[in-house]
Ligand binder design. Structure first.
Ligand code: NAD
Length: 356
C-alpha cells in the first residue's frame, strides 16, 4: 500500500485557535468577539476554582459557573445543566478542563446552538473536533455535528502546568492514539497524515521533558501543540479498533478514558500493524523502535504510562464479554477482527505484557 494518496477530501471547520502561556487572559476579548454578554463557565467539580477565576475575569460578561461536568458526558448531567444555563440566560459557553468539561459544553451547544470557547487543560483534543460522545444507561454513542465544534480554542500552557503527571502521560497517550489511528483511517488524507506525524513528534520530544520537569512551560506548550494537531486528526478522519475498544471499556465497563487509551494503544497498533505495516511505519520512526507496537510500548514505559487494564479496575472475567461487545458493532478497521484475536489482545493488555 502506498502512503501517498492521489484522491482525497477534507473539511476544515472555521475556528480560531490561540496559543501561548497566559492566553486565558484574552478570554473577555474573545467572548466579546463572539458577541457574548452572558457566558456560562463549565468545568468538573475538581476544577471549580479555575472556572470561578475565569468567571471573575469575565466580570460583567459572566452569567455564572457550572462545575457539573462528568466523564463520558452522561445525558442526565447534561439535562440538569441545560436547565441551569437556560435559567442563567447564557448566550455563550466557556469550557475549562479536559474532555469532560468540553464534552458537557458540546452537549449543551448541540441542544442550544450557543457558541463555545474552550480552554483545554488536558491533551485529550476534544476541543478540536465536531464530535460528541454521550452516555445513556451505560451505552456510549457518538455524534458528529458542526454545532458542537468550539468556535475558539485558547491553548494556555500555564493551565496544563498543574496537570498531575499520571494524568499528563495517560492524556498524552490518548492524544497520540488519535494520530496513530489517523494514519490508517479509511478516509485519511495527506494533510491529516502530516498533522499526525507532527503531533506525535511534538509529544515524543516534549513529553519526556515534562516528565523531568512538569513546570517546564516551553515543553508544556509543545505538548499542547501536539494535542491540537492530534485532535485535528481526530476531527478529520474516522477512528478504528483502538477507539472502539476504548469506548467499550469506558462506556460499558466504567474504565477511565485516558488510562484505557494509554494501555490499549501499543496493543491495538501492533494488531493493525500486521495488516498495514507501511502506513504505521511513521509510528516506529517517531518513537524510535523496530515495530510500531513495540516502539509505543517502550515509549509508554519510559514515561511511566499505566500499562495494565487490571491495574485500572478491569476484571479478568470481563475480557471475553468486552471482546464480544466490541465485535457486535465494530468500527471499520484495516485488519479483520475476530473474537480469538481481540480476546488475546485484551488479555495481553489486561496483564500488562508486551504487545503480541
Ligand atoms: P477529564 O476531562 O475527565 O479530566 C480528568 C480529571 O482531571 C478531571 O477530574 C479533571 O477535572 C482533572 N483535570 C483536568 N485538567 C486538569 C489540570 N490541568 N490540573 C488538574 N486536574 C485536571 O479527562 P480527559 O481525558 O481530558 O477527557 C476524557 C473525556 O473526553 C471522555 O469522556 C472522552 O470520551 C472525551 N473525549 C472526547 C473527544 C471528542 O472529540 N469528542 C476527544 C477526546 C476525549
Amino acid at each position: 500500500m502506498d502512503i501517498f494518496q492521489q484522491e482525497f477530501a477534507l473539511s476544515q471547520p472555521a475556528l480560531r485557535v490561540s496559543f501561548g502561556p497566559g492566553r486565558r487572559r484574552t478570554l473577555p476579548e474573545e467572548a466579546e468577539r463572539l458577541g457574548a454578554r452572558r457566558a456560562a463557565v463549565l468545568s468538573t467539580p475538581r476544577q471549580e476554582g479555575l472556572a470561578q477565576e475565569l468567571a471573575d475575569a469575565l466580570g460583567p460578561l459572566a452569567a455564572g459557573v457550572l462545575p457539573r461536568a462528568q466523564m463520558h458526558t452522561p445525558v442526565e448531567v447534561t439535562a440538569a445543566a441545560l436547565n441551569d444555563i437556560l435559567a442563567m440566560r447564557a448566550d455563550c459557553l466557556v469550557a475549562v478542563g479536559g474532555g469532560s468539561a468540553i464534552g458537557l459544553s458540546k452537549a449543551l451547544a448541540l441542544r442550544t446552538g450557543l457558541p463555545q470557547i474552550a480552554l483545554p487543560t488536558t491533551y485529550a483534543g476534544s476541543e478540536a473536533t465536531p464530535v460528541l460522545g454521550q452516555t445513556k444507561a451505560g451505552q456510549k454513542t457518538t455524534t458528529t455535528d458542526a454545532r458542537v465544534q468550539p468556535a475558539v480554542i485558547l491553548y494556555d500552557a500555564e493551565l496544563v502546568r498543574a496537570l498531575p503527571l499520571p494524568i499528563t502521560v495517560a492524556s498524552a497517550m490518548n492524544a497520540i492514539a488519535h494520530a496513530a489511528e489517523g494514519l490508517y483511517a479509511r478516509d485519511r488524507n495527506p494533510i491529516a497524515t502530516l498533522l499526525a506525524i507532527e503531533g506525535m513528534k511534538a509529544f515524543r520530544t516534549a513529553l519526556p521533558k515534562v516528565c523531568d520537569n512538569p513546570q517546564d512551560l516551553d515543553a508544556r506548550g509543545e505538548t499542547l501543540y501536539g494535542a491540537w494537531l492530534c485532535g485535528t486528526v481526530l476531527a478529520q478522519v474516522g477512528m478504528a479498533l483502538h477507539h472502539k475498544l476504548s469506548h467499550v471499556l469506558g462506556g460499558s465497563f466504567g474504565l477511565p478514558h485516558a488510562e484505557t487509551h494509554a494501555i490499549l494503544l501499543p496493543h491495538t497498533i501492533a494488531y493493525n500493524a500486521a495488516a498495514v505495516p507501511e502506513l504505521l511505519q511513521p509510528v516506529a520512526e517517531v518513537f524510535d523502535g523496530d515495530s510500531p507496537g513495540k516502539a509505543l510500548h517502550d515509549f509508554a514505559r519510559r514515561i511511566n504510562a499505566p500499562n495494565a487494564l487490571r491495574d485500572i479496575g478491569m476484571k479478568e472475567n470481563d475480557i471475553t464479554t468486552a471482546a464480544e461487545v466490541a465485535l457486535r458493532s465494530p468500527y471499520w478497521n484495516p485488519r479483520e477482527l475476530d473474537l480469538p484475536g481481540i480476546t488475546a489482545l485484551l488479555r495481553t493488555a489486561w496483564a500488562g505484557d508486551a504487545p503480541l
